[in-house]
Design a binder for this molecule. Structure first.
Ligand code: CA
Length: 235
């Protein structure tokens, strides 16, 4: 099953530990940061699927970090949920204005936190959830790790599975190799871009067994796209 990664940015260690315990129990992969600086360092290494960002941090505030993440190309659509002790409407608006996708006032229940996380992921990073996805007759089930078309199973390796999952949850959009490394491999620094080409080739070979290899299009000079309009010429 796919594990979504969550970066928890919270300076109060008791709260940070409680949140991370609950997230891990629910199957998420958790990284902790106790300041905006630490959070940025963590993000520069690996892009998480979602950031839980406390407003009140020592040094730079969570609000200011959220604004900066939104202003940068690599992190502009990174899902962010703000955590805060403040419950005022004006703060809620400020948080959303800064680019947060949602906002939770402390104290909150674990159930509420989990529901908000799932809702934001469903909207912005559906590849991080284990919901079955179907595009153009191709069916992918993250919980059983099965890919099939009209009942015929397609054998794919773990990396090709993650790549296909990402492409199927973001169909008809062009993704650059750097974006795919960030979102599928979680590493845009140490892995070469041609690694993407190698796995796309393997994925096409696997999909050719169910006549779906042309769903993965190469977009010259831009990257790759999954489409269900397979009559389009591929290059
Ligand atoms: Ca705090």
């Amino acid at each position: 099953m796919t594990l979504a990664s969550v970066l928890v940015v919270e300076d109060e260690s008791a709260i940070a530990e409680l949140i991370s315990l609950n997230l891990r129990h629910a199957g998420y992969e958790v990284t902790l940061a106790s300041s905006a600086d630490q959070a940025e360092l963590a993000i520069s290494k690996v892009l998480p699927d979602l950031v839980l960002l406390d407003w009140m941090l020592p040094g730079e505030s969570g609000l200011s970090l959220a604004k900066r993440l939104r202003s940068q190309e690599r992190t502009k659509s990174l899902p962010i949920i703000m955590l805060t002790a403040r419950g005022e409407e004006v703060d809620r608006v400020a948080g959303l204005d800064a680019g947060a996708d949602d906002y939770i006032a402390k104290p909150f229940s674990t159930n509420e936190l989990m529901a908000r996380i799932r809702a934001v992921l469903r909207r912005k990073a559906p590849e991080a959830l284990d919901t079955v996805v179907e595009v153009g007759g191709l069916r992918l089930d993250p919980s059983t790790r099965r890919v099939s078309r009209a009942g015929q199973e397609v054998k794919v390796g773990p990396t090709e599975f993650r790549l296909l999952h990402f492409l199927m949850t973001h169909p008809e959009r062009v993704h650059s190799r750097a974006q795919l490394l960030d979102r599928v491999w979680g590493d845009h620094v140490f892995i070469e871009e041609r690694t993407v080409d190698v796995h796309v080739k393997r994925l096409r070979e696997a999909l050719s067994t169910v006549q779906c290899s042309s769903m993965i299009e190469t977009v010259r000079g831009a990257g790759y796209r999954l489409t269900q309009h397979t009559q389009t010429t591929t290059s």
